[in-house]
Design a protein around this ligand. Structure first.
Ligand SMILES: [Zn+2]
Length: 495
């Protein structure tokens, strides 16, 4: 009897010890970026369509940031912000300087130094070893390189899940895994069941429009009717439903008692709200407002936080904060820097700055009248009728001065002359003092066909890709990029 009692005590001590050990050990961290998913496309963020029933259940048990914003409207600077905890103005990644310098202690490096095993499974070619964005990841699967796009699962998300599950099964804890899924990124072409979920009637000419990029719309070369935007949105919503399935499949491999899961996006997506389509251009709310959900270990009760947060603060949340209290009451900022190839389009050629403070959204593009909104859809510009442009400029300059102070304090940055030049240039552009003009190397017309060709190739339609690339080459026979893509597609189709 006595011996039995001792045995029970020993078992209780071991179980208790294990539980205590489990509670105190650092969580595994799974960071999931649903590329190009705007917040209001999720049913848990109020969308009338039930696009994301699975993610909604995570949200109902997790910590939901209802007002999370991206510091950029495109992938590269936005991921650099998540990985460094800095704005694009601070880390210096943008169209012209599309490279993350070594000086940063990235999230993956910091976690690796704390004993985490790190891995990245990434479907977006813009996040790559080539631009140094994947510093600190010990295992890297660039899904866009390794996955065969002619398979039904053309963005590779099902393949990604298989790889992630296998990696988790063989990896010692604690681990950190970053996953980027591209299914909601244009062109919107999910598996047929999801493609047809919200479509109304025949796709008709929209079939090719799904592959049109923002440039052709912004340049005025392509006019989209409201009905076209609705059909594109229907395809996009179907893509998001497919992503919801992908996330549910991924989560079957995750133990919520030992893992912190963060679900977010790098930027939103536009469907004609301000006359533009897709992303990577302007700085309206539909491009910046993204989902941000924390779920699993250390999230002890469901909560909705309505404070303003920037997704750059995911960095701080993972490394420093527990509980995850991200809203600081500070304004959130976003930046746009011009692209060399897109400068022919009005606002693409200028640098832009966005500041959301409370309900107010200030947007200033170089050589443009500033805009200020306090309405949800950002349709009524309060400037200059209620707010003077000078007031807007002052608000913006005050914020830039704060960032300057940060950059000044950064000793490593001071020693990096080339980067300092980038910062100086970026600042001058933001304040409207410098055009930074460089001759474009591709014509607008050829670029439309080049982008379509690449888009068709990505979904395995090499026949259509070849036609587009032949058109691009006819317009601009000696462009290096056009010829490279054409050659690659010719090799694929054997012509
Ligand atoms: Zn993106």
């Amino acid at each position: 009897m006595k011996r039995a009692l001792i045995n029970v005590w020993i078992v209780l001590l071991i179980v208790g010890g294990c539980l205590l050990f489990q509670r105190n050990r650092p969580p595994n961290v799974m960071l999931v970026v649903l590329d190009a998913v705007r917040a209001d496309a999720l049913s848990s963020y109020g969308y009338e369509r039930e696009t994301t029933p699975f993610i909604d259940t995570l949200a109902s048990k997790g910590l939901v940031y209802s007002r999370a914003y991206s510091p950029s409207s495109w992938t590269m600077p936005s991921h650099a912000s998540i990985f460094t905890g800095q704005t694009p103005y601070e880390h210096g990644c943008h169209h012209v300087h599309a490279y993350l310098v070594d000086r940063h202690n990235t999230l993956a490096e910091a976690l690796r130094d704390r004993g985490y095993v790190t891995a990245a499974f990434n479907a977006n070619p813009v996040i790559s070893k080539d631009n140094n964005l994947l510093q600190g990841f010990e295992t890297i699967d660039e899904v866009w390189r390794t996955h065969d796009p002619s398979k039904l699962d053309y963005r590779g998300s099902e393949y990604t899940n298989e790889q992630v599950k296998a990696w988790i099964a063989r990896t010692k804890e604690p681990w950190f895994v970053f996953i980027n899924y591209m299914d909601a990124h244009n062109p919107y072409w999910p598996p047929v069941e999801y493609r047809n979920r919200y479509l109304r009637g025949d796709l008709g000419p929209i079939a090719s429009l799904a592959n049109i990029n923002n440039m052709s719309v912004l340049s005025g070369k392509l006019k989209l009717a409201p009905g076209d935007y609705r059909q594109l949105r229907n395809l996009y919503d179907g893509s998001i439903s497919y992503l919801d399935y992908i996330v549910s499949d991924l989560m079957s491999a995750v133990n919520k008692r030992t893992t912190l899961v963060i679900i977010t996006s790098d930027h939103g997506e536009a469907f004609g709200e301000h006359g533009h389509f897709t992303h990577n251009s302007l700085l309206y709310r539909e491009l910046l407002h993204v989902p941000l959900i924390f779920y699993g270990k250390n999230i002890n009760e469901p909560m909705i936080d309505d404070g303003l947060v920037s997704i750059k603060d995911i960095y701080r949340a993972i490394l420093e904060a527990s509980p995850y209290n991200l809203s600081s009451g500070s304004p959130v900022m976003a930046f746009h820097y011009p692209s060399l190839t897109n400068r022919w389009i009005n606002k693409h050629k200028s640098t832009g700055f966005s500041l959301i403070d409370g309900r107010m959204h200030y947007i200033a593009f170089q050589k443009e009248l500033p805009e200020v909104y306090d309405d949800e859809g950002e349709l009524i510009n309060l400037c200059p009728s209620s707010i003077s442009p000078l007031t807007v400029q002052k608000v913006i300059n005050d914020q830039l001065r704060n960032i300057d102070a940060f950059v000044e304090r950064d000793e490593d940055l001071k020693s990096d002359d080339s980067l300092q030049d980038e910062f100086r240039l970026a600042k001058l552009r933001t304040l409207g003092y410098s055009g930074g003009e460089v001759a474009p190397n591709i014509s607008a017309h050829a670029e439309v066909h080049l982008n379509r060709g690449v888009a068709f190739a990505r979904i395995g339609r090499f026949d259509l890709a070849l036609k587009e690339m032949q058109k691009a080459q006819k317009i601009q026979p000696y462009n290096k990029r056009v010829n490279q893509v054409l050659l690659a597609i010719r090799n694929k189709v054997g012509k």
